[in-house]
Design a binder for this molecule. Structure first.
Ligand SMILES: C=C(O[C@@H]1C=C(C(=O)O)C=C[C@H]1O)C(=O)O
Length: 294
C-alpha cells in the first residue's frame, strides 16, 4: 500500500521474573524488535501455548507435555543439584500421614514433581489448588502446603532462619514450631542423584528467537553471574532477606542446561509424562546462523 511501510511484528518474550532468574533478566537489554511481559509460571506457560508470546521461560513439564510443537534453547535452564530453597512443601505431619495438601496455582512443574515424589512413596493425599501463605493455609486445615518462588524462599527462611553466623543452609529438612519444610529438589536428588530442571526457555518450533535476542541473553547471564554479589544485594533488599542468604540461593542454580541437567530432565520426563514426544533443543551457541542458512 503506498505510503505504508510493511513492518515486522515484534518478537514477544514472556518472562517468569522470580528472583532466581535475576542473574539473567536484570542485566538483559532487549534488542530492537523484541518486547517482553512478565508473569508467574502458569501465566507464562499459557501465554506461550496460546501464542500470546513467542518465547518464555516455562515450567519444564509443559515443555515435555508439548514436545511435539515446542523447542527449547540448548543452553538455558533454571536447575539445581540438591536443595533449591524455593520449592517447598510445608507440612505439620510426616509425609506418610498427609491427607490434604494445598497447591499454589502459580506452579505446573513443582506440582508435577510433588506428584512424582508422592507416587514414588505410594502416597495419595488429596491435592487442592489454594492460594495463600503457608502458615495461614496450615492453620486453616491443610496439613501440607506447596509454595514456590520468592514467597516460598521467604517462608522457608521464616522457618529455617535466622541462620547463626557460620550456620549451614544445607542441613535439611528444616523444622520449627511444628512446621517441617521439605525441599522438593532435595527429595529429587535423594531419589535420582541428578539435577532437577524447573524451567527451560521454550518457543514454538516454527518461530525461533532472533539470534540478537540469544546473544543479548547470553551476554546478560555473563554479566549477572559475574556480579552476583550486586544482584544478590539488590534482591535481598526487595525480599527482606540477608544478602548472604540470597547470594547462596542464587549461586546454587544451574543456568546452562548442561549434560547432567538434561539427564535429570529426561528422567523426570519419563516418570511424569510417559510416552512424550522426543525433547527437541535449538542449535548450540554460534550455530544459529547455520540453521538459518546464512
Ligand atoms: C525454582 C523455581 O522454579 C520455577 C518453578 C516453576 C513451576 O513450579 O512451574 C516454573 C518455573 C521455575 O522458574 C521456583 O519457583 O522457585
Amino acid at each position: 500500500m503506498p505510503g505504508h511501510e510493511r513492518t515486522t511484528p515484534p518478537y514477544r518474550a514472556g518472562w517468569i521474573h522470580y528472583t532466581n532468574v535475576a542473574p539473567i533478566l536484570d542485566p538483559l537489554r532487549l534488542p530492537p524488535g523484541v518486547t517482553a511481559i512478565t508473569g508467574v509460571p502458569t501465566e507464562m506457560n499459557s501465554a506461550l501455548l496460546s501464542g500470546r508470546v513467542d518465547i518464555a521461560n516455562i515450567s519444564a513439564v509443559e515443555f515435555i507435555r508439548n514436545a511435539d510443537r515446542l523447542e527449547a534453547l540448548p543452553d538455558f535452564s533454571v536447575a539445581v543439584l540438591g536443595a533449591v530453597y524455593s520449592v517447598n512443601l510445608f507440612h505439620t505431619w510426616p509425609l506418610e500421614e498427609l491427607r490434604r495438601v494445598a497447591l499454589t496455582a502459580q506452579s505446573a512443574m513443582s506440582v508435577a514433581l510433588l506428584e512424582v515424589l508422592l507416587r514414588g512413596r505410594g502416597l495419595s493425599p488429596r491435592l487442592e489448588r489454594a492460594e495463600g501463605e503457608a502458615e495461614e493455609l496450615l492453620a486453616s486445615g491443610y496439613d501440607g502446603v506447596l509454595r514456590i518462588g520468592d514467597s516460598a524462599l521467604r517462608e522457608w527462611y521464616g522457618v529455617a532462619g535466622p541462620l547463626t553466623p557460620g550456620g549451614s543452609m544445607t542441613a535439611l529438612p528444616n523444622a520449627a514450631r511444628g512446621v517441617t519444610v521439605t525441599d522438593l529438589a532435595q527429595e529429587w536428588f535423594a531419589l535420582t542423584g541428578h539435577p532437577f530442571v524447573f524451567a527451560v526457555w521454550a518457543y514454538r518450533r516454527e518461530n525461533p528467537p532472533p539470534p540478537a535476542l540469544l546473544q543479548a541473553m547470553r551476554e546478560a547471564r555473563r554479566q549477572g553471574l559475574g556480579h552476583l554479589a550486586d544482584v544478590s544485594k539488590r534482591h535481598a533488599l526487595k525480599l527482606g532477606l540477608p544478602g548472604r542468604v540470597v547470594q547462596h540461593y542464587l549461586w546454587n542454580f544451574r543456568y546452562h542446561l548442561e549434560a547432567p541437567d538434561r539427564l535429570g530432565l529426561s528422567e523426570f520426563a519419563a516418570l511424569a509424562v510417559p510416552g512424550h514426544a522426543p525433547l527437541r533443543f535449538g542449535p548450540r551457541p554460534g550455530e544459529e546462523m547455520l540453521r538459518a542458512g546464512g
